[in-house]
Design a binder for this molecule. Sequence first.
Ligand code: SF4
Length: 326
Amino acid sequence: MGQAKFRAKQIYEWLWNKGVDHIHEMTNLSKTFRDTLASEYEIRTITEDKVQYSNDGTIKLRYKLFDGHLIESVLIPVVRENRYTVCVSSQVGCSLTCSFCATGRMKRLRNLEPGEIYDQVKKVNDLCLQQYDHPITNIVYMGMGEPLLAYKNVLGSIDKITSPMGLGMSPRRITVSTAGIAKMIQKLADDNVKFNLALSLHAADDAKRDSIMPINEQNNLAVLMDAISYFYEKTGNRISYEYITFDNFNDSIEDAKNLAKLCRRFPVKVNIIEYNPIGGVDFIKSAQDRLDNFARYLTDHGVTVTVRRSRGKDIDAACGQLANKD
Ligand code: SF4
């Protein structure tokens, strides 16, 4: 546009670092230049549509995209540990139909643009500063959608989040979670990414996993373990399994044995998550003693386990509950 080179840096900073919503807010550009820019470009930022506060401090945000679609992000503060995690969405809806997940019942409408994923992080970070006087410390790609099916856009958003001219966050504080797409896990390794990988495992044998996660039929556990092993060898990045326990479905000692077997090939941490009921599904959460025995078996067999209590259940903000409900 015939402008000096440093203007590009100024605009980049307004867009990503300061996160302005309108070109007219770029006050170090001349009024004429702002008018010209505004006549040719628009900032397709996300706008806050609804905020819900849980009794436990969790905040769920619903955002409207430029084309009217809605997505959700969640801020999960653990104040005493100085941990402020944002959970972001990567797609509008999801194509994977995992049976325990409310998002899986919505059709996948489109992938989010890198900027739309970045904006969730930026806006939740601003909210976190406002509410807790602290920036976010961790980002998890565990909201609506399967991040590895929006691969390019997810990596594009992480580029901006980690760029010093964006949010300057360390990739070690970012975890991308997948329902298990082996080919794309290998691609992450080949692209030498620096962030952590989480596999939503939820069952440690193929028959059970097939029954709750149809994606397992083309990406069975053997294939997934090969892919993750490859990822670990190439990157050395942290790996975790997410495992929701459902009463009398995947929480027996036999299940724990199968899970322990999947923890031998590479260092991995298991996060056991309490199930959050959604309507129309027969599963209930594990009884406390079953959960305790399951977790104890794993720890006794050398597996690193964290049992996570669910957060934000009262506002449908917990794992598997994001579905743009009013
Ligand atoms: S659990 Fe994840 S991959 Fe499965 S349906 Fe829900 S959003 Fe999609």
